[in-house]
Design a protein around this ligand. Structure first.
Ligand code: FES
Length: 243
């Protein structure tokens, strides 16, 4: 082993020891950190869920609801209250992207970048948000109002592109609608998803296929299927004759 490698290995192992010591030393007495209401709500979850670990995610949600995000102190206080390892809670917190381990803005904007939204110009939506708010993914706007986060499918694939802002889903978005949403939120108004629908998104009656047109298409499909079957039988018979 070269001298450089040896020094790097020692530095690496000493960092690991320091980190482990720091983690071992973390303790926050839940009685001095959580409010009485938070403690009551979390203890209630332990009575209706099978394990204390299962109550962990609910505890994180309760504290985040009150404080906006989950600080290290909150995490260790919950760990103390539920008597489960902080590492277990950390695993839960980092798995669920609706639990925020960093301070976030008043409104967290989750932008779906999964396949349906990807195919329906989510990039335009994202670019509009970045330009309007002057932030990148993971950042919070200067006024502390908005944080931008990427998200996997938000469950509105048939109405893509979709974003979720403070728990409210907005679908079939256009850059114009996105600007309207941001504008309303800045004014302290909660834009209702149905109030941001633009005229061009509403199908005109003539755009909707008439029932008789659909029936005619079905008949045509049946006829084509019959012709294909007959052609197949003819070819089979011809093949048998040739043999
Ligand atoms: S892919 Fe965007 S909501 Fe499903």
């Amino acid at each position: 082993m070269s001298l450089t490698t040896l020094i790097q290995t020692k530095q690496s192992s000493s960092r690991t020891m320091v980190d482990e010591q720091r983690i071992d030393c973390q303790f926050v007495d839940h009685r001095s950190y959580l409010t009485e209401q938070e403690i009551t709500d979390i203890e209630h979850e332990t009575t209706i869920l099978e394990t204390r670990e299962a109550a962990g995610i609910e505890a994180l949600k309760i504290v985040q609801h009150n404080r906006g995000w989950i600080s290290d102190e909150s995490l260790y206080a919950i760990s103390d209250l539920l008597q489960i390892p902080a590492a277990t809670l950390e695993g839960v917190a980092t798995f669920y992207n609706l639990i925020y381990r960093q301070k976030v803005g008043k409104h967290v904007i989750h932008v779906c970048d999964s396949i349906s939204c990807y195919l329906t110009s989510y990039q335009e939506i994202l670019d509009t948000l970045k330009t309007t708010l002057n932030i990148e993914y993971g950042q919070t706007s200067d006024d502390g109002m908005f944080t931008l986060i990427s998200n996997a499918c938000l469950g509105g694939c048939d109405k893509a592109p979709t974003i979720m802002v403070s728990g409210v889903h907005y679908q079939q978005l256009t850059p114009g609608k996105v600007i309207d949403i941001i504008h309303s939120l800045k004014q302290g108004k909660q834009p209702e998803p149905e109030h941001i629908a633009e005229a061009e998104d509403i199908a005109e009656p003539e755009d909707i296929a008439e029932p008789e047109t659909i029936a005619a298409q079905d008949n045509l499909a049946d006829q084509n299927s019959t012709i294909e079957q007959e052609n197949g039988s003819e070819q089979k018979k011809k093949g048998e004759r040739d043999v």
